[in-house]
Ligand binder design. Structure first.
Ligand SMILES: [Zn+2]
Length: 125
């Protein structure tokens, strides 16, 4: 089953299901990247795509719909940052690396360590 709080995305997904080409597959009600097995529900949950393939898969078929959904959500003031590209993730890591270096430079090793753990967590995703 496809569990998601994103009702618009779900109904939109159902609409496009029949239009999606053969090289892409659904896992139950979910859309799955063949290469890395990232599911659309994972993407919605974590905000991260797993590989280049799923980026193009989700970008072409799904993201435009979600961006529309985002606009709708923004109006309600909730504005979740659901979709982050690899580039955004990389930028986030670079930012953290900078902060880690600053923390080390000022001998705040506890902060440096916690930032390092955050970076490792991001890289695992
Ligand atoms: Zn993928």
């Amino acid at each position: 089953m496809f569990y998601s709080p994103f009702d618009n995305a779900v109904s939109g997904l159902n609409k496009i299901k029949n239009e999606i080409a053969d090289e892409k597959l659904f896992f139950g009600e979910d859309l799955v990247c063949k290469r890395c097995k990232t599911r659309l529900s994972d993407l919605l949950e974590t905000g991260y795509v797993g590989c280049e393939d799923c980026y193009s898969l989700f970008e072409k078929d799904v993201l435009p719909m979600i961006y529309d959904f985002h606009k709708a959500v923004r109006h309600t003031g909730k504005r979740p940052e659901i979709i982050e590209t690899k580039a955004a993730k990389q930028k986030q890591i670079e930012e953290l690396l900078k902060r880690q270096a600053e923390a080390s430079a000022s001998e705040d090793y506890i902060l440096a360590q916690s930032i390092k753990e955050k970076i490792e967590e991001l890289r695992r995703k």
